[in-house]
Design a protein around this ligand. Structure first.
Ligand SMILES: Nc1ncnc2c1ncn2[C@@H]1O[C@H](COP(=O)(O)OP(=O)(O)OP(=O)(O)O)[C@@H](O)[C@H]1O
Ligand SMILES: [Mg+2]
Length: 285
């Protein structure tokens, strides 16, 4: 018992790298463009001199590796069972230099592992803080407790929505849940994807924001918009990164703007606790 308390104490008191940001990308509805956005955002943030890693937390349909044209042999489960070190499961896409950790469905079991093993894992995951500036977390769609925990543990959550009415109501639902939890540290913001122009995006944002203010008493940030761009489908089909190969495509430019505002709008972090510390505390509660 004393060991456990000491272990937690050590972990919580560990000095945090102040600049580091964990940003979750989520959506109520599936198929709204989260994974494509995640890899393109990672690339654009790299262009802005940020050291970025993608954590594929889509436990149901992990596909960051596929979108990057990579076939990683190992994933988080090999790290969790002690077969591989954390560095051995951080992959780099050969073509674009994007770093990522492939997903596994074993991660949610972390909370049930013996305490000593949990500490060992959290300790190793902590290394990521010293190597990277930003960790992008691609979550699965929907309101599962896993997704909520990943979002709540992050510094920022981007709710990706489209003008589709079912996407709008699901985005409202997930935002409401996130804002209802007592998490003062978390910024929740919207990116509106697949719009015709920015006016459409702003209208959608204002609608969700004012409904949240009415029913939850808290609003949500606006992180930007991405226009509909048929080139994205081609990039997925032919496994290339649109932002890298066609920097002048509308999609690439819109994602670059979002990357810029995320970098420029970086406010001092509100929490002293790391993503992993928060994640495990949400799982335990
Ligand atoms: N701005 C856009 N313009 C046109 N098509 C888009 C745009 N954004 C995404 N799409 C299309 O949406 C589809 C789904 O994209 P993606 O796989 O990235 O979504 P997802 O949210 O990660 O899905 P899932 O919930 O299944 O993980 C892709 O076919 C992609 O081409
Ligand atoms: Mg996806």
């Amino acid at each position: 018992m004393r060991n456990q308390a000491q272990g937690l104490e050590n972990l919580i008191n560990r000095e945090e790298k102040p600049k580091f940001q964990a940003i979750s990308i989520t959506s109520g509805k599936g198929g709204v463009g989260k994974s494509s956005f995640t890899i393109n955002l990672a690339y654009q943030l790299q262009r802005l001199n940020k050291k970025v890693i993608i954590f594929d937390a889509d436990l149901a349909l992990a596909n960051i590796d596929i979108l990057l044209g990579e076939k990683p042999k190992y994933n988080l489960s090999h790290f969790l069972n002690g077969e591989k070190t954390i560095n051995e499961i951080i992959y780099t896409s050969k073509k674009y230099g994007i770093k990522f950790i492939p997903a596994t469905s074993g991660f949610e079991e972390l909370a049930n592992l013996p305490f000593e093993k949990q500490m060992y894992i959290l300790d190793a995951l902590h290394e990521i803080y010293y190597k990277f500036d930003i960790m992008l977390i691609d979550t699965s769609a929907g309101l599962s407790q896993d997704v909520i925990n990943f979002c709540l543990a992050s510094d920022k959550t981007i709710v990706l929505t489209t003008p589709d009415p079912t996407s709008l109501s699901d985005s409202y639902a997930i935002s409401r849940v996130l804002l209802t939890y007592k998490s003062e540290d978390l910024d929740v913001g919207i990116v509106v994807n697949m719009v015709e122009d920015e006016d459409e995006a702003l209208k959608i944002y204002r609608g969700i924001d004012s409904t949240l203010k009415t029913f939850v008493g808290k609003g949500i940030s606006y992180y930007g918009f991405i226009k509909k761009d048929e080139r994205l489908a081609d990039s997925i089909r032919n496994i290339y990164l649109l932002s890298a190969e066609y920097p002048n495509a509308i999609y690439s430019k819109n994602v670059l703007n979002i990357a810029r505002s995320l970098v420029e709008g970086t406010t001092p972090l509100k929490s002293k606790k790391s993503f992993w510390q928060k994640l495990i505390s949400y799982w335990k509660s």
